[in-house]
Design a protein around this ligand. Structure first.
Ligand code: GLP
Length: 257
């Protein structure tokens, strides 16, 4: 069901649960994959059912349509841990290979991420941001919401025009992401490369996907409080083509009508 926050320029699509959200997100990703500008992808537990739904949709396409889609695939992920490569199961490159690259047999290089193992992470961040710009910027940017209000790895405090860069992760984020590292926050790399709020806000369209009651209050702050450096996701309010998709639990603190 699509609902509105009074006076807000964007719609919030509310679905019963995370699987229903995933089913609603997947066709939008499929459509974006057919466009000239690359698709912006995200990682995180929120995206697991989304990518499962996308795989099912792609498997259901007629053969030729599927081949064309996969041959023209071009995506840029938001972020990667500094120091990790695809052989580390906690890396986002390994996550994406498992979720999409291997099951869809994508040609290497089509599913792009920052190189976490680059000798010079700052230079790699610059290269990656330049590559996104050279591709014409992102068409549709898929985003999850960090429990501390981050998008990508843009940790608070973060302004609206932060560029692609290498940065320190907060304790809150390392704790949030510890599950992929044996439950140990100290095992989560302390630094990451992320597309900035600048590249995210420059995308043609932004699709923010939020599930679970634990994020309800942060989603409310992101959408309803005045944009601020303390909640990086709040800068999305200024994007002219923002869509929010949430399950009922994540949307429970929003004054929707
Ligand atoms: C991670 C990623 C974000 C993601 C967010 C939410 O740290 N860098 O891109 O959206 O945190 O993660 P989850 O979906 O697991 O809650």
């Amino acid at each position: 069901m699509t609902l509105r926050i009074p006076a807000a320029p964007y719609a919030v699509q509310v679905e019963t649960d995370e699987d229903a959200v995933a089913e609603a997100v997947a066709p939008r990703l499929l459509e974006a994959l057919g466009e000239s500008r690359p698709l912006g992808l995200a990682t995180g537990r929120t995206m697991e059912p989304v990518y499962a739904a996308l795989r099912r949709r792609i498997a259901g396409l007629p053969g030729l349509e599927r081949q064309v889609l996969l041959a023209q695939w071009r995506s840029f992920n938001l972020d990667e841990y500094v120091g990790l490569g695809p052989e580390h199961p906690g890396s986002f490159s390994a996550t994406m290979a498992l979720a999409l690259g291997e099951p869809l047999d994508l040609v290497p290089g089509r599913l792009q991420l920052p190189d976490g193992q680059a000798d010079d992470p700052e230079a790699e961040a610059h290269r990656y941001g330049t590559a996104v710009a050279a591709a014409g910027g992102i068409g549709l940017q898929l985003l999850g919401l960090g429990s501390n209000g981050h998008v990508g790895f843009n940790e608070p405090p973060c302004g609206a025009q932060a560029p692609c860069r290498c940065l320190e992760l907060s304790d809150a984020t390392r704790l949030q992401n510890a599950a992929a590292f044996g439950g140990d926050p100290q095992a989560v790399p302390p630094r990451a490369i992320t597309l900035g709020t600048a590249e995210i806000l420059a995308a043609d369209r932004v699709l923010l996907v939020v599930t679970g009651g634990a994020k309800a209050e942060m989603l409310r702050r992101a959408l309803l409080e005045p944009p601020s450096v303390e909640v990086p996701a709040s800068w999305l309010q200024g994007h002219p083509r923002l869509t929010v998709m949430a399950d009922a639990a994540a949307a429970s603190a929003l004054p929707l009508s």
